[in-house]
Design a binder for this molecule. Structure first.
Ligand code: SAH
Ligand code: SF4
Length: 370
C-alpha cells in the first residue's frame, strides 16, 4: 500500500472557529463539527478524539488518524511558597519557554509566553539578554493555557485561570498573527470564553501592530513604558528609537477609543536612581493625566549581568504619591514567585541553572504529562 503524499497530522489546536469550520467543510463535513470539536477541546479540555462521544465513530477514527491536538510538554514544574506555579515547557530542539500561574483571592492569572526569547533587547530583561529564537504558533500559545488548566485540575468550563496575560517570554506583537489567533480563541465563547478585559497583551511599543490590533481584536492593552522621556526610554526600551513616546501614546489613546476600553495599563519598572525620581513621576503624570490610563509600578527583579537595582520601597511610595496627587491611577505590583525566579523579567527558559538552583521552592513534578 502506498503511504499518503503528506502524512503529517494537521494541528487543529490554535485554529480560530472560522478556520476550523472551513477545515471541516473541505473534508465534506458539516460546519457544526467545528463547534463540537471546540467544545471538547476548549470547554471540556479533552484532546483525545476517541473520547469525543458526540462525533460519529468514523469521524473520531479519521480525526485520530489525521490530526494532532498536542500540548506542550512539561519539563519541570515548581511551586513557590506564595502559591505561584512555574512550568518550564519544552518547545522542541532544546528550546524552552516558561509559563507562570499566579493565584490571588479573586482571580487566577496565567502569564504565557509568545516567543522563545525576544529580539527587543531591553537591557534590564532576562528574556532580552537571551536573544530571539523563534515565534510560538497559536497552538503553542493556546496549548499553554489548556495545559495549565489541566495541570491545575480544572477544565475550560470550570477553570482556575480567570485572566491571561502575555507577559511571559517574548514580544507578543512581534508575533502578531499567531497572538491574534490565540486571543480569538481565548475570548471566543466556544474557546476558553474569557472576557476580553481579562486577556492582556503587553508590548514594548510596536506602534503599527497596536494599530492593527485595534482592527482585529479588542483585548486589554498594556505598555511597557518604563521612562517618561525619549532620551531615557531610548536606552531602556530600544524600540523607542523607532517609535517614540508621543507616537506610542497616540496609538494607545486611539486603541482605547476604537476598542471601547476603559484604560490602557502602563507598566513602569522602578529602577534605583534611573527612572524613580519625583521629577520623573511628574513627567510621567503630565503624559497620562486626563487620559484613559492606569500605571502599574513594578519592583525590578534583579537579573544577573545587568547594572540595575530595585528602588527602595519608600522611593516607590513617593513616586506613586506624586502620580496619585496629580490624578493618575497608580498601583504598585507585589512581587510574586521570587523564590522560583517566576517574577516578571526573570523568565529565561533553557537556562538550566535557573530552574535547578535550590531556592527553597518545592519541585512538584518533573517530566511529561499527557
Ligand atoms: N515583551 C513584552 C511582554 C513580556 S515582558 C513587554 O515588554 O511588554 C512583561 C513585563 O515584564 C514587561 O512590562 C517588562 O518590561 C517586565 N520586565 C522585564 N524584565 C523585568 C525585570 N527584570 N523586573 C521586572 N519586570 C521586568
Ligand atoms: Fe522583550 Fe519585553 Fe523583555 Fe523587552 S521587556 S526584551 S520586549 S520580553
Amino acid at each position: 500500500m502506498n503511504a499518503p503524499v503528506d502524512s503529517s497530522p494537521v494541528n487543529l489546536l490554535g485554529m480560530p472557529r472560522t478556520e476550523l469550520e472551513a477545515w471541516f467543510t473541505d473534508r465534506g463535513e458539516k460546519t457544526f463539527r467545528a463547534r463540537q470539536l471546540m467544545q471538547w477541546v476548549y470547554r471540556r479540555s479533552v484532546l483525545d478524539p476517541g473520547a469525543m462521544t458526540d462525533l460519529s465513530l468514523a469521524l473520531r477514527e479519521s480525526l485520530d488518524r489525521d490530526v494532532a491536538l498536542g500540548l506542550p510538554q512539561v519539563r519541570e514544574h515548581r511551586e513557590s511558597a506564595d502559591g505561584t506555579v512555574k512550568w518550564l515547557l519544552e518547545m522542541g530542539h532544546g528550546q524552552d519557554v516558561e509559563m507562570v500561574f499566579i493565584p490571588e483571592e479573586k482571580r487566577g492569572t496565567l502569564c504565557v509566553s509568545s516567543q522563545v526569547g525576544c529580539a527587543m533587547d531591553c537591557p534590564f530583561c532576562a528574556t532580552g539578554r537571551q536573544g530571539f529564537n523563534r515565534n510560538l504558533s497559536a497552538a503553542e500559545i493556546i496549548g499553554q493555557v489548556i495545559l495549565a488548566i489541566r495541570e491545575l485540575g480544572g477544565t475550560g468550563e470550570d477553570s482556575p485561570v480567570s485572566n491571561v496575560v502575555f507577559m511571559g517570554m517574548g514580544e507578543p506583537l512581534a508575533n502578531f498573527k499567531e497572538v491574534v489567533k490565540a486571543c480569538d480563541l481565548l475570548t471566543d465563547d466556544l474557546g476558553l470564553g474569557i472576557s476580553r478585559r481579562r486577556v492582556t497583551v503587553s508590548t514594548s511599543g510596536l506602534v503599527p501592530q497596536i494599530q492593527r490590533l485595534a482592527e482585529l481584536s479588542n483585548v486589554a492593552l498594556a505598555i511597557s513604558l518604563h521612562a517618561a522621556n525619549d532620551k531615557l526610554r531610548d536606552e531602556l526600551v530600544p524600540i523607542n528609537r523607532r517609535h517614540n513616546i508621543a507616537e506610542l501614546l497616540d496609538a494607545c489613546w486611539d486603541y482605547a477609543d476604537r476598542t471601547n476600553s476603559k484604560q490602557v495599563t502602563f507598566e513602569y519598572i522602578m529602577l534605583d536612581g534611573v527612572n524613580d525620581q519625583p521629577r520623573q513621576a511628574r513627567e510621567l503624570a503630565s503624559l497620562l493625566v486626563g487620559r484613559p490610563a492606569k500605571v502599574n509600578l513594578i519592583p525590578f527583579n534583579p537579573v544577573p549581568g545587568t547594572p540595575y537595582e530595585r528602588s527602595p520601597g519608600a522611593t516607590v511610595d513617593a513616586f506613586r504619591k506624586v502620580l496619585m496627587d496629580k490624578g493618575v491611577i497608580t498601583i504598585t505590583r507585589r512581587p510574586r514567585g521570587n523564590d522560583i525566579d517566576a517574577a516578571c523579567g526573570q523568565l529565561a527558559g533553557n537556562l538550566d541553572n535557573r530552574i535547578s538552583a535550590p531556592l527553597g521552592a518545592k519541585t512538584m513534578h518533573t517530566g511529561h504529562r499527557a
